[in-house]
Write a protein that binds this ligand. Structure first.
Ligand SMILES: [Zn+2]
Length: 486
């Protein structure tokens, strides 16, 4: 009725063809997060993609590189940033694990989130939210406070929780992992690299990787089949939760954790990592074909990004025990008896420390830690004014006044921690360097205009952009305006 009235009033003044059509609003936004997805891994894999990534990097796609502004490039802080459009210093998730009164605290809990997730904006407008991941921390923070479902893989039970009866996981203990394009991968690196760790603990560095057998479900998450199973659960969710069934936009988030587990063991620069992304390419191809048939290709939008990248392999390793030893020796030299507690990237001074000894102790411990080979900085962020160099800025965006340690550790660009049982093997992330901060940001579908951006974007722009594509307001706390992809 209202539109007829407006047409009656203004129809005679303006020819209808001159009025720009509003961009189409999707019935469903699918937010895909590839856990541990440095831009260099996409750049290699996309040259061989024929499925979901060929659509996400094709002529209809909006394509950019985005930077996580924080230093704490770990899964939980990264997912919270993608969820809320804010930095860890605002959203309150300063690592995967931290210490409160000396007690370990794990991040996958919405009560810790201090800023508004974009999922809550969809809920407020009447939409449904479903969030899936292989990891609990990949699903919980994206689902917001009112999800229709939060789904993740229960490693003990060997099934999703809540369960999907029609997703048969038992077959995955008997599947062999063979590479899709071995001749192409061989142009980039050899299959057998001495630094590769086998997550199944069988010493297998080369293809084919044998069926898991009794290593299922324990080692399942480091296989590309886990991503296929997650896709099956996502597809089952479309009908189960009536996603995209009406004009009110819904949100489906899917965080693919298997790429992260594979990256940690084999590094992003391995046959296994590239193959895991090309398996994901096929899985996303199947997901998109299903959405095309159920909802219509013009009625949904896909947004893809990542929680962090990863370091290229380096043999320079830091033993965490050496950090504790060096820090405690510095305390003893000050006549202090307590011990530090370290939970990467935080260092906590002993709680018994007298206030008048605090600054001297902090300075001595920082100096001792910075003398350990591989440690670039130990930043006393609470007690020292901010400087404007890039690393210090990234550290300040990473810390929470209640939850972060007294010192914040930054590694050298070419150093990694040694992990028990995998000394000198594999790789990790968690630094303010390009290889960890730079991730892809790709969008395609309803309301998206194909273009390749040359200007680096900010990952805090992704959540408000997702809201605005769906015709919704930005999450409350994001410092960034949405990018206009239309
Ligand atoms: Zn991660």
């Amino acid at each position: 009725m209202r539109s007829l009235l407006w047409l009656g009033l203004f129809g005679c003044l303006k020819p209808p063809e001159a009025a720009p059509l509003p961009p189409p609003t999707p019935r469903l936004v699918v937010f895909v997060i590839v856990d541990q997805f440095p831009t260099r891994l996409l750049d290699r894999a996309k040259t061989l993609a024929t499925g979901g990534f060929s659509r996400l990097t094709g002529p209809a796609a909006w394509q950019a590189t985005a930077r996580h502004q924080h230093s704490v490039t770990f899964t939980c802080p990264g997912h919270a940033t993608l969820s809320t459009g804010t930095s860890p210093s605002a959203h309150g998730i300063p690592s995967n694990d931290w210490l409160i009164d000396g007690k370990p605290t794990y991040c996958a809990n919405l009560d810790f989130l201090r800023t508004e997730p974009v999922a809550d904006v969809f809920h407020e407008a009447g939409g449904s939210v479903v969030s899936l991941s292989l990891k609990d921390r990949g699903a919980i923070l994206l689902g917001g406070h009112y999800p229709a479902a939060v789904v993740y893989f229960d490693k003990k039970a060997g099934r999703f929780t809540p369960p999907f009866e029609n997703v048969d996981l038992s077959k995955y203990s008997t599947t062999e992992w063979v590479p899709l394009f071995p001749e192409k991968y061989a142009q980039w690196f050899p299959d057998d690299q001495a630094f590769e760790a086998d997550p199944a603990g069988r010493g297998e560095r080369t293809f084919p990787h044998a069926p898991l057998g009794d290593k299922f479900p324990g080692s399942f998450l480091a296989r590309p089949e886990a991503g296929t199973a997650l896709t099956e659960a996502a597809i089952a969710s479309i009908d189960r939760y009536s996603l995209g069934a009406d004009e009110t936009p819904d949100l489906l988030t899917i965080s693919y954790s298997e790429v992260d587990y594979i990256g940690h063991s084999f590094t992003s620069d391995s046959w296994e990592a590239v193959d895991s992304v090309l398996r994901l390419d096929q899985d996303l191809g199947l997901l998109f074909a299903t959405l095309d048939a159920k909802i219509g290709a013009e009625k949904y939008t896909v947004v893809l990004s990542s929680d962090h990248g990863a370091a290229p392999y380096t043999s320079k390793r830091i033993n965490q025990a050496d950090l504790t030893t060096a820090a405690n020796a510095a305390l003893r030299a000050q006549g202090i008896t307590g011990d530090v507690l370290i939970e990467d990237p935080g260092v906590w001074l002993p709680p018994s420390l007298l206030q008048e000894k605090r600054l001297d102790a902090l300075k001595a411990v920082a100096e001792a830690l910075e003398a350990v080979p591989g440690i670039a900085r130990a930043v006393p962020w609470r007690d020292q004014p901010a400087s404007d160099d890039a690393i210090d800025r990234a550290v300040r965006l990473s810390v929470d006044s209640e939850r972060s340690g007294d010192l914040y550790l930054v590694r050298d660009p070419d150093a990694l921690y040694n992990y028990p049982g995998a000394e000198g093997l594999g790789t990790s992330h968690g630094t303010p360097y390009d290889y960890d901060q730079l991730v892809p940001w790709l969008m395609v579908g309803a309301g998206i205009h194909g273009q390749v951006l040359s200007v680096e974007q900010d990952t805090r722009s992704i959540a408000p952009t997702i809201a605005n594509i769906a015709g919704l307001r930005s999450p409350k706390d994001t410092p960034n305006i949405a990018v206009n992809p239309r």
